[in-house]
Design a binder for this molecule. Structure first.
Ligand SMILES: Cc1cc2nc3c(=O)[nH]c(=O)nc-3n(C[C@H](O)[C@H](O)[C@H](O)COP(=O)(O)OP(=O)(O)OC[C@H]3O[C@@H](n4cnc5c(N)ncnc54)[C@H](O)[C@@H]3O)c2cc1C
Length: 234
């Protein structure tokens, strides 16, 4: 596909939502991703009210809410003792029609976006890798590798770099937004667990220098655990 308005590189949440939004505005897009398929790990969990407000304009808010879990409360612990419980139900009543914290694992979330995009007539082109682009007058000419390994060019008015942390698009335009990494090593686990009290609520527990975050993502004892791995020196 050539001579489109926007070539979107990357079909993670950023690229998918951009594609939905532009399509709704009548802007033609082509969206490519070098991966085999959508992400299959949960990764990001919380969907903020502002995201749902944007989704409302795409008529996508209710479907997203139905697929997620409204976290009722966050409990704070210190050295094994309960210290506080913050109710999150309707926490932002006065400022948003979505005044809660919605938990929806990123893989499920992406599937909703991909399906909605398909109903708008846009298919994510997988195993299609952006290599480089050049400007020719008012347009860009991108070089991409197709699933069969062939090199082809794609002309568009704009290229949108939604290609993640290491973004080849961003590097090619000379942006020096490098990002960084934490010094700590973290673990992430999605588990079915019993004995969490109160059940199906969020918990954050602090020890001397350590923490564990327990985030429910379903009403039936499904939790995401996140914490730091202590160094062997202690
Ligand atoms: C274990 C884990 C837990 C996380 N937890 C959270 C959390 O709790 N909260 C939170 O906000 N975030 C979290 N994140 C981060 C979150 O997953 C990212 O912020 C999010 O995926 C970024 O979305 P994106 O669309 O910008 O980029 P990505 O999801 O990285 O998507 C970029 C896409 O671009 C594609 N691509 C890259 N280069 C090319 C190329 N040359 N040609 C074609 N395609 C290309 C990639 O295949 C990829 O599909 C977590 C991440 C991990 C790994």
């Amino acid at each position: 596909m050539n001579n489109i308005d926007v070539l979107i590189v990357g079909a993670g949440p950023t690229g998918l939502v951009l594609a939905l939004w532009l399509t709704q505005q009548g802007v033609s897009v082509r969206i490519i991703d070098k991966s085999l398929g959508p992400g299959e790990t949960s990764r990001a969990m919380a969907v903020q009210a502002r995201t749902l407000e944007l989704y409302r304009q795409l008529d996508l808010a209710e479907e997203t809410i139905a697929a997620g879990y409204k976290m009722p409360a966050m409990n704070m612990w210190a050295r094994g003792e309960p210290k506080a419980r913050i109710s999150l139900e309707n926490a932002g009543n006065d400022i948003s029609p979505y005044p809660f914290v919605l938990v929806l694992p990123q893989d499920r979330h992406e599937k909703i976006l991909v399906a909605r995009l398909e109903t708008s007539g846009v298919i994510v082109e997988r195993q299609t890798e952006f290599m480089s682009f050049r400007e020719e007058g008012e347009r860009i000419v991108a070089t991409i590798i197709t699933p069969t390994g062939h090199t082809e060019t794609c002309t568009a008015t704009y290229v949108a770099g939604c290609d993640g942390a290491h973004s080849p698009v961003r590097h090619q335009i000379g942006s020096d937004f490098e990002g960084g990494t934490y010094n700590h090593l973290f673990y992430v686990a999605d588990v079915n667990a019993s004995g969490v009290t109160p059940a199906n609520e969020g918990h954050i527990a602090f020890d001397k220098s350590d923490f564990v975050l327990v985030m429910p993502y379903g009403p039936e004892n499904q939790y995401r655990l996140i914490g730091t791995v202590e160094s062997e020196e202690g």
